[in-house]
Design a protein around this ligand. Structure first.
Ligand SMILES: NC(=O)c1ccc[n+]([C@@H]2O[C@H](COP(=O)([O-])OP(=O)(O)OC[C@H]3O[C@@H](n4cnc5c(N)ncnc54)[C@H](O)[C@@H]3O)[C@@H](O)[C@H]2O)c1
Length: 321
């Protein structure tokens, strides 16, 4: 076993579940934290024995004492902070959104600050939503340090967190990496505006109809690739308060539907998408991230959709879907 000890917040979420799986595969020590006790997504990715072996702690991300006690008790060296509310929840309830996404992240940084000799790095989920639309930028592809132009409360909260992380480095020397996932898909993605891509793959397998809530181009990344980037960045624990764009593959939702129909010919005509276009920037550069963790090739949508379909099929055959 490694000497690293990871605290993963938001561990019952989609990315959290893939990060936990990755860390367990790497034989790293993990403490999983979430307000939700139901391992709905983890149970899709892990065998029952693996699931039982996870050290799981329930709590609210804003409980500074509890987070601090956890860091002490388990001698945590790396925090991967993924607990948060997504765009629709932040739109409907901006105050709760700010409390969880902004204050909750500050809570993690405060706890780390008080144990700065122990905690090597705070990894946190920012979002591609800190950027504006492609058309709002003159220089393409859009770099990590391009001006932030969030178009939603959610994006504004994530932008605030990136700035707070900068101050924690400047004033307290806390190392951090904020990753900006694009639209994430894969088994376990079942919440949020853009979860429709994953839900469409599942619907196609089950012979059902599905409408994806948006259309047009999107930067989509397979959940396992996203988890790989989080764990790799954490292990690097670079100096500074870094923020990195992430890039999967950019294609239109209509093209994605074409791929899904190739995988499931019987789904032809049953998977549709809305006209509404996702306004997040798609033409981003992930050169900074590739430089930090070494060159990697993100899966194409075809490859990721195939893996998602295969995993859903296995779960269905095992009666676990
Ligand atoms: N999924 C995407 O496409 C995407 C894209 C960009 C950024 N992100 C960010 O990545 C992170 C993880 O995303 P996800 O897709 O796994 O989201 P998710 O909604 O699946 O998981 C979030 C988890 O946070 C937990 N949580 C919420 N409030 C909490 C609180 N007060 N205390 C403790 N836990 C709490 C939830 O129970 C949930 O398990 C989030 O911060 C999200 O904003 C996600």
């Amino acid at each position: 076993m490694s000497e690293n000890r990871f605290l993963v917040t938001g561990a019952q979420g989609c990315i959290g579940s893939w990060v936990i799986k990755k860390l367990l595969d790497m034989r790293q020590e993990v403490v999983a934290f979430d307000i939700d006790t139901r391992p709905a997504r983890l149970s899709l990715l892990l065998a029952l024995q693996e699931l039982k072996g996870i050290r799981f702690v329930q709590g609210d991300i804003n409980d500074l004492d509890q987070i601090g006690n956890l860091l002490d008790r388990w001698a945590v060296t790396h925090v991967i902070h993924l607990a948060g509310l997504q765009t629709p929840e932040c739109r409907a309830q901006p105050i709760s959104g700010a409390v969880v996404n902004v204050v909750g992240t500050l809570t993690v940084f405060e706890a780390a600050k008080r144990r700065r000799d122990q905690v090597k790095c705070v990894l946190y989920a920012s979002s591609g939503a800190v950027l504006g639309s492609d058309e709002s930028y003159r220089v393409h592809p859009i770099r990590d340090d391009a001006p932030r132009r969030p178009g939603t409360h959610y994006g504004v909260f994530k932008a605030a967190v990136e700035e707070c992380a900068r101050i924690y480095w400047q004033e307290e020397g806390i190392r951090s990496v904020g990753l900006r996932p694009p639209v994430v898909y894969g088994v376990g993605r079942d919440r949020g505006l853009t979860s429709g891509i994953t839900l469409a793959i599942k619907a196609a397998l089950l012979g059902r109809s599905c409408e994806i809530a948006f259309g047009g181009p999107a930067n989509v990344e397979y959940a396992e690739d996203v988890a790989d980037s989080f764990t790799s960045c954490a292990l690097q624990a670079p100096e500074g308060a870094r923020v990195y764009n992430m890039l999967g593959e950019v294609l239109t939702v209509e093209e994605m539907i074409g791929v899904i129909q190739e995988l499931f010919p019987a789904a032809k005509g049953k998977i549709t998408c809305a006209q509404r276009v996702n306004t997040m920037a798609n033409d981003v550069s992930d050169a900074g991230l590739q430089e930090l963790i070494g060159p990697f090739r993100a899966l194409s949508f075809r490859e990721g959709a195939q893996r998602t379909a295969d995993l859903f099929r296995t779960l269905l055959e095992q009666g676990r879907l």
